[in-house]
Every structure is written in C-alpha cells, then in structure tokens.
Design a binder for this molecule. Structure first.
Ligand code: FES
Length: 677
C-alpha cells in the first residue's frame, strides 16, 4: 500500500495519495477538484487560495500535523503584503504536500461555484461560463525557427492549458504583436471556450498578468419590453438590470399585428428588425454605462424570445408564423456572432439564442422550462407564463407537454374600460364587503387600503387612475364571490345585488368602483364588456391547461407555477375563483417571477445548461391548440366562472360562490353558452 500522504479536499470529498512535495494545485487537478487558476501555478493570480485544516478529523479518519504542508513561502508573503489574504489561507500552487492533509476549497476559489438565486429555485445555477481568462508565457520568435506570433501563442495555450486549436479573429491579430512585446512574451488572454460548432477563440489579449473580468448579457426580448441583465462571468453576479420598451410597438401592440405589418408592407419586416436591434443597442449602452463596464468586455449574450420576436430579431420575415402550419425558419438553438445581429458589444462576442419549442411556443417558453425544470419534477407541475399569449407547460419526470394559448391583452389591462398598465395609481388589490358590496382597494405606490386614514393624502400625487391586470382579476373574482356577477358573467342590477353601485349602462349593468371626477380624476367602473374580456382571456388560459391535462390523462395537477412579471402579482385564490387556473391547493400555487429572464441567465452562466435545454426542448411534446377539437369545448365550459363542468372541489371547500343568476331571460346560467358582446 502506498505510504504517500493522503490529501482530502472539501467540500467535494475527493481524496488521493500524492508524493511528498506535490503542490496542492497539482493534487487538485489530478483529482478533478474544482480549484481555480489563471496564472497556471506561477504564484501571480491568487485564484488558487485554499484553507488547510489541522488537527483530528475523526469523520475522515485523518490527523493533520502542523507541518502537513510546506512552510509559508516568499511568494505567498509577497502576495499577502501587496493584495492581502485571509489568515490561514495558502496559495494552492505554492504549498506542497508533506503529510496527510485536509484542504478546503472556499467558494471564491471554485470556478464552478454556485450562483446565489433569490428564491428557493427549481434549479441551482452552477457557474460554468463560456469565457475565461488565462495567463500564458509565449516563446519568443527565433530566426532559426520562423513561426508567427499567433502560432507560438496557440502552442503556449495548448502546452500550458491544454486548449486545442484556439483561433482568433482579425482584430486580435491587429493588436497582438505589440501586446506580446509589451508584456515581454507574457500575456493574459480571454478565451471563449467554444462549443459543438465553434473552436475556442481569443476574445481579448492584455500584456502581462491582467486582473480583470469579462461580462455577459442575458436578454429577455419581449413583445412589449426588452429586459437585460448584465452579469460578471467570473462571479455570476448580476451587475445591472434594465429594460426598455420594444421600439416595435409603433408597428403594432401585439405580435399578430406586427406579423400583419410585415405582410402588408414591403420591407416591413426589415424595418422592424432595424427597430428592435437599435432598441437593443441603446439598452446595452445604457446598462453598461450604469454598471461602469466597457462594452468591449461583453463577450457573450443569451437571448430568449417568442417566435415572432425571434424571427424579427434575427432578420427573418415572420410571414410563415402568421398562418397554418406556423412553420419556424428554425427551431434549433443558434450560435451566432454579435456582429451578425448588429450588436454593439465585443465584435467577436458570441450570441446564443435558445431553441424554440414550436411555431407558437418560443425560446421564451424554453427559458421558462430551463428555469422551472418540469422535466426534473417528481410531482406533476403546471407552469403558466402569462402574457398576451399564455405559454403553458405541464409535466414531470415522465414527460413534458407544451402549448400556447391566445389570451389577448386583457390581463395586461388592455381592452378593459378602466384598464391600464401596472403603474403608480393603478388599482392592484381589491376586497368587496360581503354585506354592503362596497369595494376597498389598494393602488400601486401606496401601502394603505382605500378605507384607511391617510389614503387620500398618500395617493394625491398619483391619483387613482385605473385598474391594472392583476387588479382586474381580483376585481372580477371579488364581484363573483360577493354575488355582483353570476357564474355566466352577467353583472346584476341594483335590485338583484342590493347595491346602487350596480347601475344600468346601456343594455347591461356596470359596477362603480371609484369616482374621482370631483377631483378631476376618472370614474372607475367595471362594465359587463370588461367581464367578457376577462372571461375570454381566462377561458383561453384554462382551456390550454385543460387540454394538456387531457393529453397527460389527468384531471388534477399537483402544483402550479405562475411565471412572468404579471404572474408574480396574481392572487392564487382570485385566479381560481375565476377558473383561470385548475383547482389546486392554494399553497401549491406559487410565483416564479420572470422565469424566462432567469432561464436566459442560467444559459448565460452555465454553458452546460445550453445542451441540457436543447435536449429537453427536443423531448417536449408540442400541442397545437388551434387544431385540437376539444380546445373549443373546454373554452366554452371555461367561460363560466369558475367553470361550467369542472367541479373545483378544493376551491369550493375554501369559498362559497353565490348561486345567483342574473339572466332575466331564464336558463340555468351555468352551462349556457356565453353571449358574445
Ligand atoms: S495558480 Fe495563480 S497564484 Fe496560484
């Protein structure tokens, strides 16, 4: 048996025996322990810091003597004097093994460290960035052995780092020769490590040892807004997040109007491509300035978007997406150059676009799948990304199904008489008194309820301007809960509901929420037409989910995840009263925030996740709602609140929905087909 000293690394638990004198960094490498190094063990970068433990480790059966590592050396002292180093730390490339030892690798010395996420997420992000810095010492040119500087740099990268077939774009050749000489043949290079389509590529070159960072962008390109996170690729940290309106709005609010703009106007698609790219460049310039980051150091960018935005961003006419069978130009992931899509970041920066799932289910849904990982879920999870189109995923370890459903813009407050985007002054929470039927509410920008002291003063600046998307859901659900609206979606008159807040409004009734006309503000009401818009939107969402449940062969789901900024504000109870989502225990309905943006960030920080999502997307079963006969049937049933046929037993154990019927023309008001307004 070998009597060489035993070296145990924590937290990995990897262990092995090494001859006396082996540097800790070498032992780590041989065992595949994740210990960073930029200088390759030359005592320059300090990335290899470790914490040796001394004494008895009974759990591991190891006793570590004081002299288990070689004595503190001059290189370590010099580094500590110049840059500081925590007491007890050693440089892994300087300390050598002398006896049995236990060595902890602190998180900052790990390349593949875990990135902190804000909530208990479905998937942990382990840093595995596309681009890393390497310090190399390059052979000097020699008259007797004439080779180019680039070739010697490439050889050095292969010998010192095992990086094979490294390439460089022309701009690197422009600057390489003076940099090599200035650094006396010692340089630091940032290398994009490549992928299945591209070899490793030099992105930057600095003379000598360069202590620096490179950056990446995770971009969620939505139809309404473009949001980006600027991340440090060596720490995973988000340095700045920012968003702008998508400049394509001027060509049409929703996606289909943009597709028809391109159909009706020659050159229209190209015009929209120019607009979105210009918007993106402005956003990138702003976000880099905000974080104080040089745009030339942004070497990687990941994009998620719906299919129409995907095509318009890439400069592909979305014509085919406007008609059956909704063929995408490509549904595969794309690996491009920033220059190909006219971005103002590093000229050789790589761009990764997540794969699309289907003609109506885009790379944004793929990003949601990456963030929420339904394919890894033990229980059956329904993931709903609510926007103008709802993207829906249903699955577990066994299989994952996906569809998209045209909810329209009602959930964003559009096409609602008093509707508005979520902004200060918009009603976002509502409670209706069961006896008086008087509503109390809260508006964005104020924590007080409308019947609390100080509310008028606190909202004086913003006013009470309308109802936002999550507010309208609560409003309609509260109206249903308190017998102001019936299951079929009709608002009752004052005699039927017992409140004058319900008033005749043409051939139907409306409900008065707030009147601020005396102070010059609007009169906020909910009309029967508003209720119909919400019924239509929620029926589309529910029928999509129900259709996937049919395909899965189930009548219930174990849990529901609401994704999207809007999903973060929806009250699960109210959504269920409307019958917007399937019946489920309320504590099993959670919000994932901007899951598409999180998915983009995962793909940016962990290159391994890219292959993973490509495989997941391939395995997802796509369901096209437009051609499924049962979709229409589900839609009709789901127009009732909560539903004409599905029983919602869990909801009914929590609330009692009044059995009111306001259709004076008779009928049971339940399973009846909803009148179209
Ligand atoms: S590896 Fe760079 S200082 Fe040790």
């Amino acid at each position: 048996m070998s009597t060489d000293p035993l070296v145990l690394f924590t937290p990995s638990g990897k262990r092995g025996r090494f001859p006396v004198g082996t540097p800790v960094l070498t032992a780590a490498r041989q065992l595949g322990v994740d210990l960073d190094s930029v200088c390759g063990g030359r005592g320059i970068c300090s990335k290899c810091q470790v914490s040796p433990g001394y004494g008895t480790f009974s759990k591991h059966g190891i006793t570590v003597a004081e002299n288990a590592l070689s004595p503190w050396n001059a290189v370590e002292q010099r580094y500590k004097d110049k840059r500081g180093m925590l007491d007890g730390r050693r440089l892994g490339c300087q300390a050598t093994v002398q006896g049995d030892v236990v060595i902890d690798v602190p998180p900052e010395s790990q390349v593949h460290k875990q990135v902190v996420r804000k909530r208990a997420e479905a998937r942990q992000i382990v840093l595995d960035p596309s681009t890393k810095l390497y310090y190399v010492e390059v052979a000097e040119p020699d008259m007797h052995d004439p080779t180019g500087d680039m070739e010697r740099l490439r050889d050095a990268l292969q010998e010192q780092w095992g990086l094979e077939k490294v390439v460089a774009d022309l701009h690197i050749l422009h600057e390489m020769q003076p940099v090599l000489r200035k650094g006396q043949w010692k340089v630091t290079v940032a290398i994009h490590l490549g992928d299945q389509e591209n070899p490793p590529r030099i992105m930057h070159i600095w003379p000598g040892y360069h202590e620096g960072h490179v950056y990446g962008l995770a971009v969620d390109l939505g139809s309404t807004t473009i949001a980006a996170h600027l991340c440090d690729l060596s720490t995973g940290e988000v340095l700045a997040s920012s968003g702008v309106m998508n400049p394509q709005i001027r060509f049409g609010e929703d996606l289909m109007s943009r597709v028809s703009y391109s159909m009706m106007n020659p050159g229209g698609a190209a015009e929209m491509t120019r607009a979105v790219r210009a918007g993106m460049r402005a956003l990138f310039a702003q976000i880099c300035e905000e974080a104080g980051v040089d745009r030339q150091l942004v070497v990687d960018a990941v994009f998620v978007c719906n299919p129409v935005m995907h095509h318009l961003f890439l400069g592909i006419d979305p014509y085919e997406l406007g008609q059956a069978p909704f063929a995408l130009a490509t549904n595969s992931a794309l690996r491009l150059r920033a220059d190909d899509v006219e971005l103002n970041i590093h000229p050789s920066a790589r761009v990764y676009v997540l794969p699309c799932i289907a003609g109506h289910v885009g790379a944004d849904a793929a990003a949601v799948a990456l963030s929420e990982a339904p394919e890894k879920s033990e229980d059956l999870v329904l993931v709903v990304d609510v926007g103008t189109n709802a993207e829906i995923l249903l699955g577990n370890r066994e299989k994952v199904l996906a569809c998209s459903s045209p909810t329209g813009p009602a959930f964003e407050g559009a096409q609602i008489s008093s509707g508005q985007r979520a902004a200060p002054g918009a009603i976002e929470r509502v409670e209706i008194d069961p006896v008086t039927k008087v509503p109390r509410f809260r508006v964005i920008g104020c924590d007080l309820w409308s019947d609390e002291g100080g509310f008028a003063e606190a909202t004086a600046a913003t006013g009470i301007t309308g109802i936002c998307g999550s507010g309208i859901i609560e409003m309609v659900a509260e109206m249903r809960l308190n017998g102001i609206v019936d299951a079929a979606g009709l608002i009752g008159g004052p005699d039927q509901t017992g409140t004058d807040l319900c008033f005749a409004d043409g051939r139907t009734f409306s409900y008065l929420v707030h009147d601020s006309t005396q102070s010059g503000g609007p009169r906020i009401t909910v009309t029967n037409r508003d209720i119909r818009e919400i019924q239509m939107a929620k029926a589309a969402l529910y029928s999509g989910a129900r259709l996937l449940m049919d395909k899965f062969g189930v009548d219930t789901v174990d849990r529901i995840v609401l994704a999207g900024a809007f999903g973060a504000h929806i009250s699960p109870k109210h959504a269920m009263i409307l019958g917007m989502i399937p019946d489920a225990p309320l504590d099993k309905v959670t919000s994932a925030g901007n899951a598409a943006g999180t998915g983009a960030r995962i793909a940016l920080l962990n290159t391994g996740a890219r292959a993973e999502i490509e495989a997941t997307v391939k395995a997802i079963h796509k369901v096209e709602t437009a051609i499924e006969p049962r979709f229409q049937e589900h839609f009709v049933n789901a127009s009732a609140m909560p539903n004409a046929v599905d029983p919602f037993p869990i909801l009914k154990s929590i609330v009692t929905l009044p059995a009111v019927i306001f259709n004076t023309g008779g009928g049971d008001g339940g399973g009846r087909r909803r009148r179209r307004g």
